[in-house]
Design a protein around this ligand. Structure first.
Ligand SMILES: Cc1cc2nc3c(=O)[nH]c(=O)nc-3n(C[C@H](O)[C@H](O)[C@H](O)COP(=O)(O)OP(=O)(O)OC[C@H]3O[C@@H](n4cnc5c(N)ncnc54)[C@H](O)[C@@H]3O)c2cc1C
Length: 419
C-alpha cells in the first residue's frame, strides 16, 4: 500500500462511526470544531441499526443511582458520565432530531413506534451534515505511526494516508456482530502501542444447556413467561426462551457476568423459580389442594398455570419421580437447576465485556500513553445489561470524551468536579 501524507493538523478525528463516535462528533461540531469521522465500513451506525432486532430501547427511566449501579464495577465512573449526559439528555437529543420517545411498562425508553433505527440514524446523519461533520466511510484506521500520526487505509484508492489531527477519538466498538464492523481487531493496534486490553468475553448472550434429544424435539423453541432466574446471589425476573442449544432471554443476558464467573470454576447452574409471585407458604398451600388421583401434570396446569413446556422441563432436569410432599415439590418448582455448560459464542453476543483496561485512561477518557487520543463506547472495558443501558453508556462516554477533547484543545476551562 502506498503512503501519502495528509497532514490534517487543525481538525479533530473521530475513528469509528457507531453511536459513541457520532454523538462525540456532534458535540465537538456544536462546540465549533472541524470534525471528520473515519469509518471502515461502507456506512456508519451498522450496529445501531441492528439494535432494532430486540426492541430498540434507547435508554431507561431508572433513577440515577440505580442506573449507575447497572455498570457494576465501573459504577462510580458511569455516575459521572451519566450526570454529564443523562437519560433525559438522550431523550432531548432524540427530540431535537424529531424523534419522540416513550417510557414502556418495563421502564425502558423507546422511540415512538413509527421511528425505526434507520429513521433515527437518517435524521441524525442529516443533523451531523448540517453541523459540517464530514463522514469518510471505507477509511480503516491501521494504528499509530511511529510519531504522533494515525495510519488510515483508503479503500477507494488502495493508498494509506497519515493524519495529524489536533485531537483524536477512538470509538471502534466491542467484538460481537463482526458483520456490523465491530470486529475487535483494533486490540492488536493498541497493544502494539503498549496499551493494555482485557480479553473480550460475551455479555448479554444466551447460555448453552445440553438438552436431551427428547427435550429438543418436544420443546424446540418456546418461551416461559414470568419466571425468576438466579445465578449465585443475582436474581432476575423476566421471560425465558428455550432453544435447541440452551436458553435465551433477558434474565439469561442479565446474568451473563455471574454465569461467566461460575464457569471459571467448572459448570454453572441457573436456578429457575417457576412461581416467583408466590411465597413459599402460598405455593405449599396451593399444592396441598390437589385431590387424590389427580395427576400432577393436570393439577400444575390448572391450579398453578404451569403448562407446557413445564412438565417436559421437570422430567428433563427434575428427579425421576416428583416429590410427594407439598413442601418438597414447592422447593423443586422454585429451585429448578438448569445446568449451563457454556455461553454462546462471542460474535452472537449483544455486547462484550473486556476492551481497553481502565488504568490506561485518565478521568477525561484520554489514553495516558497517547496524550490527545481519547476513547469511548464499547471499546472500553465495561458491561451493562440490556434495557437501554448499553446505548446510554455509549452516548454518555462519547459526550464525556468530547468534553475532555475540548478541554484538551483549550476550549473549555477545567471543571472543579473533574480532577
Ligand atoms: C442485536 C443487538 C441489539 C442491540 N439492541 C440494543 C438496544 O435495544 N439498546 C441498547 O442500549 N443497546 C443495544 N445494543 C448494543 C448497542 O448497539 C452497542 O452497545 C453500541 O452500538 C456500541 O456503540 P459503539 O459506538 O461503542 O460501537 P459500534 O456501534 O460497534 O461502532 C463501532 C464502529 O467502529 C467501526 N470500526 C471498527 N474498527 C475500525 C477501524 N479500524 N477503522 C475505522 N472504523 C472502525 C465499526 O465499523 C463500527 O461502525 C444491541 C446490540 C446488538 C448486537
Amino acid at each position: 500500500m502506498e503512503s501519502s501524507s495528509d497532514a490534517q493538523t487543525t481538525g479533530v478525528a473521530v475513528i469509528g462511526g457507531g453511536p459513541a463516535g457520532l454523538l462525540a462528533a456532534q458535540r465537538l461540531a456544536e462546540a465549533g470544531c472541524r470534525v471528520t469521522v473515519y469509518e471502515a465500513q461502507a456506512t456508519v451506525g451498522r450496529k445501531f441499526l441492528v439494535a432494532g432486532h430486540g426492541g430498540f430501547n434507547l435508554t431507561n427511566s431508572e433513577p440515577p443511582a440505580a442506573f449507575a449501579a447497572r455498570y457494576a464495577t465501573r459504577q462510580s465512573e458511569f455516575a459521572r458520565f451519566l450526570e454529564h449526559f443523562s437519560p433525559a439528555d438522550l431523550r432531548a437529543w432524540a427530540r431535537q432530531l424529531g424523534i419522540d420517545t416513550f417510557v414502556g411498562t418495563s421502564g425502558r425508553i423507546f422511540p415512538l413506534e413509527e421511528h425505526k433505527p434507520a429513521h433515527v440514524l437518517r435524521a441524525w446523519l442529516e443533523h451531523l451534515q448540517a453541523l459540517g461533520v464530514e463522514l469518510k466511510t471505507r477509511h480503516r484506521w491501521l494504528g499509530f505511526t511511529e510519531g504522533s500520526g494515525l495510519r488510515i487505509a483508503v479503500e477507494a484508492t488502495g493508498q494509506e494516508m497519515t493524519l495529524h489531527p489536533a485531537a483524536t477519538l477512538l470509538t471502534l466498538g466491542g467484538a460481537s456482530w463482526a458483520k456490523t464492523g465491530s470486529d475487535g481487531r483494533w486490540t492488536t493496534l493498541l497493544q502494539d502501542a503498549g496499551i493494555q486490553t482485557v480479553p473480550f468475553a460475551p455479555s448479554n448472550c444466551g447460555a448453552e444447556v445440553a438438552w436431551s434429544a427428547f427435550f429438543r424435539e418436544k420443546v424446540g423453541r418456546q418461551p416461559l413467561k414470568n419466571i425468576a432466574l438466579r445465578c449465585g446471589a443475582a436474581v432476575v425476573r423476566g421471560e425465558l426462551l428455550f432453544t435447541d442449544y440452551g436458553l435465551e432471554g433477558t434474565p439469561v443476558y442479565a446474568l451473563t457476568p455471574a454465569v461467566r464467573e461460575a464457569l471459571t470454576t467448572g459448570a454453572a447452574t441457573l436456578w429457575l423459580n417457576l412461581k416467583p409471585d408466590l411465597t413459599e407458604a402460598q405455593l405449599i398451600h396451593k399444592l396441598e389442594g390437589r385431590r387424590p388421583g389427580k395427576s400432577w401434570t393436570s393439577f400444575l396446569s390448572e391450579a398453578l398455570r404451569l403448562k407446557a413446556p413445564v412438565p417436559t422441563l421437570l422430567r428433563e432436569v427434575g428427579p425421576p419421580q416428583l416429590p410427594a410432599s407439598a413442601p418438597e415439590l414447592a422447593r423443586l418448582l422454585t429451585h429448578l437447576p438448569l445446568p449451563v455448560t457454556g455461553l454462546r459464542p462471542l460474535d452472537e453476543a449483544i455486547s462484550t465485556a473486556g476492551g481497553i483496561a481502565w488504568p490506561e485512561v485518565n478521568d477525561d477518557l484520554m489514553l495516558r500513553r497517547r496524550p490527545g487520543t481519547f476513547v469511548a463506547g464499547e471499546m472500553l472495558d465495561w458491561e451493562a445489561p440490556t434495557g437501554g443501558y448499553l446505548l446510554q453508556g455509549c452516548f454518555s462516554t462519547g459526550a464525556w470524551a468530547a468534553q475532555g477533547m475540548l478541554r484538551w484543545l483549550g476550549q473549555v476551562k477545567p471543571e472543579a468536579t473533574n480532577a
